[in-house]
Write a protein that binds this ligand. Structure first.
Ligand SMILES: Cc1ncc(C[n+]2csc(CCOP(=O)(O)OP(=O)(O)O)c2C)c(N)n1
Length: 321
């Protein structure tokens, strides 16, 4: 892979991390009137998949979608403004953090309904097939969504119709506080997809190069019209399920498990990799961070200074004009 792409992956992961760290910091001021779900620790998945997607390719995400929105090129100013429920937000302050949209970037909406992204993305993949274009759909979902009927229905249909859709399972083991082992008889979601005849792989979701490699093949397969692919990307969320809390000590996450995954930080590992190969040096790292800090500062300033929707605008967008 060219150095430019390797650096792009690094920038995307660092941008996601910086934006979410700033959200975490500012959330305590109680000005963002939206639930938030942070994906700190899972940055490599969105970065490694979305780098292969074109502007017009579709993306559907979940309640935990900041990373995917950023990686697919969503406007960060509009995302932060959405979290502050401002008129300039990506859904004009109507959706909050769990309903991010950027139609100009193929992002047709994240959804708070667990498993909801699966049939939506299967639908746009069907549309691509009917319209005979080569637009690919990427559907992100958690291991918890694999408990839902929509998972099975979507996979079966996509396989039957050979739809151009990549199902990206972000397996962070937990659905709120329930471990995968307490909910599923197996611990290999990708094997379920194989049962539907879908080429499926379980990969290290903290290794951005692995995600990149598998996602590249998946996108190529979809564009060739050979049907869906599922990638089960094993990773870990560092924060609690919702908000800014750390949920260690609550009684369901062992300290050793948490420590292990912190030591496997996707960004730390990748930075060391790039430095050991002289692709990233201190000066470049500094300039990347400067650029990202500026971007984040600007997005928050834009959001805070943007107007709030007014009461008389409450019913706007409820009915078609
Ligand atoms: C249909 C449905 N059932 C239950 C919920 C409540 N709920 C919100 S998030 C969540 C867990 C989701 O876990 P997972 O899909 O693994 O995603 P993660 O939070 O780990 O990213 C649940 C059960 C919901 N939003 N929708």
């Amino acid at each position: 892979m060219e150095n430019e792409k390797l650096i792009e992956l690094y920038k995307t992961m660092q941008t996601i991390r910086s934006v979410e760290r700033k959200i975490e910091e500012e959330y305590k001021n109680d000005e963002m009137k939206t639930p938030i779900h942070l994906s700190i620790g899972q940055e490599a998945i969105a970065a490694g998949v979305c780098i292969h997607l074109r502007n017009e390719d579709y993306l559907f995400g979940t309640h935990r979608s900041h990373a995917q929105y950023i990686a697919k090129g969503g406007d960060i100013r509009k995302m932060i403004a959405e979290l502050y429920l401002r008129k300039t937000g990506c859904t004009s302050g109507r959706g909050g953090s769990m309903h991010l949209m950027a139609p100009d970037r193929g992002i047709f909406g994240s959804t708070a309904i667990v498993g909801g992204s699966l049939p939506l993305g299967t639908g746009t993949a069907l549309a691509s097939k009917i319209q005979k274009n080569d637009r690919v759909t990427a559907v992100f979902f958690g291991d918890g969504a694999a408990d839902e009927g929509t998972f099975h229905e979507s996979l079966n249909f996509a396989s039957l119709k050979k739809l151009p859709v990549i199902y990206v399972c972000e397996n962070n083991f937990y659905a709120i506080n329930s471990h995968q082992k307490e909910r599923q008889s197996g611990d290999n979601i990708y094997k379920i997809a194989q049962g539907y005849g879908i080429p499926s792989y379980q990969i290290d979701g903290n290794d951005v190069l692995k995600v990149y490699e598998y996602a590249e093949k998946a996108v190529e397969q979809c564009r060739r019209g050979e049907g869906p692919v599922l990638l089960e990307c094993v990773s870990y969320r560092w924060k609690g399920h919702i908000g800014t809390v750390d949920d260690l000590g609550v009684g369901f996450r062992p300290q050793e498990e948490y420590d292990y995954w912190i030591s496997k930080c996707p960004i730390k590992w990748y930075k060391e990799y790039l430095k050991s190969r002289n692709i990233l040096n201190d000066a470049l790292e500094k300039s990347i961070h400067k650029e990202i800090d500026k971007l984040v500062k600007d997005a928050f300033e834009f959001a805070i200074n943007s107007p709030k929707p007014q009461p008389e605008e409450l019913l706007d967008f409820v009915y078609a004009d």
